[in-house]
Ligand binder design. Sequence first.
Ligand SMILES: *Cc1c(COP(=O)(O)O)cnc(C)c1O
Length: 411
Amino acid sequence: MAVKINENYLKLPGSYLFAEIGRRVAKYKKEHPEANIIRLGIGDVTRPLAPAVIESLHKAVDEMAKAETFRGYGPEQGYEFLIQTIIDNDFAPRGIQLEVDEIFISDGTKSDVGNIQEIFGIDNIVAITDPVYPVYLDSNVMAGRTGAYKDSKFENIVYLPCNAENNFVPEIPQEKVDMIYLCLPNNPTGTTLTKAELKKWVDYARDNKSIILFDAAYEAFIQEEDIPHSIYEIEGAKEVAIEFRSFSKTAGFTGTRCAYTVVPKTVMGYTASGEAYPLNKLWNRRQTTKFNGVPYIVQKAAEAVYSPEGKKQIKETIQYYMTNAKIIREGLQSIGLDVYGGVNAPYIWLKTPQNLSSWEFFDKLLTEAHIVGTPGEGFGPSGEGYFRLTAFGSREKTEQAIERIKSNLKL
Ligand SMILES: *Cc1c(COP(=O)(O)O)cnc(C)c1O
């Protein structure tokens, strides 16, 4: 017999979204070489690392140059200096008590949200909000937790539509689901939930012995009151939720790589015979077996995010992006478009005008205004008829793009 492949991978439709965007832009450029195209579709930050972070990084590099301060392998779970700093700054001020062994430092939330499903049974029913960051779904497809892909959906997945009709608030499922992925503030819609709305999910998870996998990658962009920064602000969440945080968008670490995952010791999963088992132990085992930690120099860089200067500098950068978000939001609203998000997240989600499909609007924006964005359909079936713009560009390009949309888009 020949070596077999994991055929679950073959269930995944080709990652055609960004390839198709590239193809359409390249074709348009070739036909219109004079067009000055602005990209408002990027999901990556563009501002440099904060000076405090760079300084800490340099110091750590110098430590690596001397035998007395050189570091080899560190703890797989991360250095205590960083974990304690995270607890003191991200959680304690919000009244959340965590212990050092409840936080796991990693090289990214993408890896963690993709890997976390490994510690759960293969028969669990997975629920995802729709549209959403594709990693939650794809990692469960690869593991074999879904059926085939039919009519833009995977069998055995519970999709929780989020659209203008329900104000982007997912409805609590009628059926029992086991693993619930929530991304708040959301990528791509830029919308979020209030504490009261999130509480309903925590209550559901407690009633049904489910787990909530809470991706808070955009927590630092929250501007409004009453929006939870951590799911542990909700009573009872420490029994049912794992939280993912990343320095990527918060502090421009997309290329530097550092994130962390919170697994309270009180969060339980269950054996087939119904016995409770702490997920913290399973994740610790998973990480110590398959992961060898984040570079010392990167953890020192992350620590500097919490220094007084670091905090100030990072806040300025977030304000820079959120001002871009405001410019995009208000600019689009001024020409009568229906716009969502952009208040607590760097994403603006718009309803396509004239009932255009996501891709039809993509072509319209490209040909009439020379602007590139992301068709909502690429984030899930409920994204059809919507379109994502991001606030991660430069101020100049953002302003130019909105002026152009205002004067050239035929509505
Ligand atoms: C960008 C992003 C992340 C960050 O992933 P990293 O691997 O930490 O860079 C996580 N979740 C969502 C929803 C994102 O958009």
